[in-house]
Design a protein around this ligand. Structure first.
Ligand code: UD1
Length: 418
């Protein structure tokens, strides 16, 4: 297992290219089960979760290639089983449920367990698929699903779940008749999935709003599709410019999809502007505290909560963070405290009082975005920070230390035992 050793205190200056979006690529790769013809994807990030997805697609009977940000998937004779070994390493594996039921009328998918950021049930996925005619049993830790032919249904989600919306969207494109998804997630990654499905011949309207209409078609064809840029990676690098007092140009950076994050970073004193070449993120003066409540899109994303908290630790005054999406997403707090942060958590709320400096320390990453917040804190801390268990980071950030070192950071990756 690797760890990152970060020498803090270097302002970041230069240009970073934003990679393709992990959270858009995962459902879109699973959607490649749906067309009968092969599909080609571009701008696919080179990440552990992408490798896991391609491995799972292979187990499910697809032929896959992945090289230099290009992937191809050709669904062959499909097999219904997504084994626990793969599902336990990546909860998003459950996104094969809808496509498998739509294509072969059966699925045997290991139930994803709890994870560091909470219980994360999939009841809404199952409820929607049942309304479309699927039946489910639970056996030996596996969800067994079967159906004759899915039919369109009127589905109102209890909450705008991202994965649930994606699973149901993928199932509905091949169902008989019309599906209406109400209280659907509006995240840009859902929009990207709908665009890909439409490129394959699906009939979808309303993605990006709370109500999505899908007219089922009998078959989908192949497509050549470019995955959207990663808004959370971009937001994390904006935060890196902020916490180090740097000045970065982010190329291929989604801007409109990051509006809630940009407004908060600006209210903390950052300069963020669109330029002809990308988005400039700079921090000309001291950071000021602010308040953040995580919400479904277009609200402030929970996937940026840990990173903005790292900035708050060094901002003037107090900040309040309210986490309203996941019940247990403050695991980074105790690690930031080890670096000298002043944070008090009460239920879903964290009160952060800015301190003059953070000091390097050995810290432990507990989940993907928590890891990113520790890297940010390490970039600004006095001395050396050792971020352990960075396999979380490798699930979601492409070569993060290379990208940061290229703009002035001092980070090295070493085997943990060394
Ligand atoms: C996706 C993202 C993740 C992000 C999250 C919220 C991917 C691969 N992951 O996760 O990075 O943090 O959206 O923006 O895209 N819930 C239920 N029942 C369900 C489904 C969800 O109760 O059937 C609850 C969850 O426990 C959670 C909330 O709804 O509290 C949001 O979850 P959801 O939007 O489904 O997140 P994911 O799709 O798992």
């Amino acid at each position: 297992m690797d760890k990152l050793i970060i020498q803090g205190g270097h302002a970041l200056h230069g240009t970073i290219d934003i990679s393709g979006s992990k959270n858009a690529a995962l459902p879109i790769l699973f959607a490649a089960i749906l067309p009968e013809e092969g599909v080609t994807f571009r701008n696919v990030p080179d990440l552990r979760d992408i490798h896991t997805t391609l491995k799972l697609l292979d187990v499910l009977g697809c032929q896959c290639t992945h090289d230099d940000h290009r992937a191809t998937v050709q669904a062959g004779a499909l097999r219904p089983e997504a084994p626990y070994d793969l599902v336990k390493t990546m909860r998003a594996s459950v996104l094969c449920l809808g496509p498998l039921l739509a294509r072969i009328g059966q699925a045997r998918v290991a139930l994803p367990g709890g994870c560091a950021i909470g219980a994360r049930p999939v009841d809404q996925h199952l409820k929607g698929l049942e309304l479309m005619g699927a039946r489910f049993d639970l056996e030996g830790g596996y969800i067994l699903g079967h159906c004759q032919h899915l039919r369109g249904a009127h589905i109102t989600l209890d909450m705008p779940t991202v994965g649930g919306t994606e699973n149901l969207l993928m199932a509905a494109v091949l169902a008989q008749g019309e599906t209406v998804l109400e209280n659907a997630a509006r995240e840009p990654e859902v929009v990207d999935l709908a665009r890909f499905l439409r490129a394959c011949g699906a009939r979808i309207e309303g993605e990006g709003s709370s109500t999505i209409h899908i007219q089922g078609v009998s078959a989908l064809h192949g497509a050549d599709y470019t995955i959207m840029a990663d808004r959370i990676e971009a937001g994390t690098f904006m935060a890196a410019a902020g916490i180090t007092g740097g000045d970065l140009l982010l190329r291929n950076c989604p801007y409109d999809e990051l509006e809630a994050v940009i407004l908060k970073l600006q209210s903390m004193g950052m300069l963020i502007e669109k330029t002809a070449d990308g988005v400039r993120a700079a921090c000309p003066g001291p950071l000021r505290g602010t308040d953040v409540k995580t919400q479904p899109f277009p609200g402030f994303p929970t996937d940026m909560q840990a990173q903005i908290m790292a900035l708050m630790c060094l901002a003037q005054g107090a900040s309040v963070v309210e986490e309203s999406i996941f019940e247990n997403r403050f695991m980074h707090v105790q690690e930031l405290a080890r670096m000298g942060a002043d944070i008090k958590v009460s239920g879903h709320t964290a009160m952060v009082r800015g301190v003059d400096r953070l000091t390097g320390a050995p810290v432990m990453a507990s989940d993907l975005r928590a890891s990113a917040s520790l890297v940010l804190a390490g970039l600004a801390a006095r001395g050396e920070t050792h971020v352990q268990r960075i396999y979380h980071l490798d699930r979601g950030y492409e070569r993060i230390e290379n990208k940061l070192n290229a703009v002035g950071a001092h980070i090295c990756r070493v085997a943990e035992q060394a």
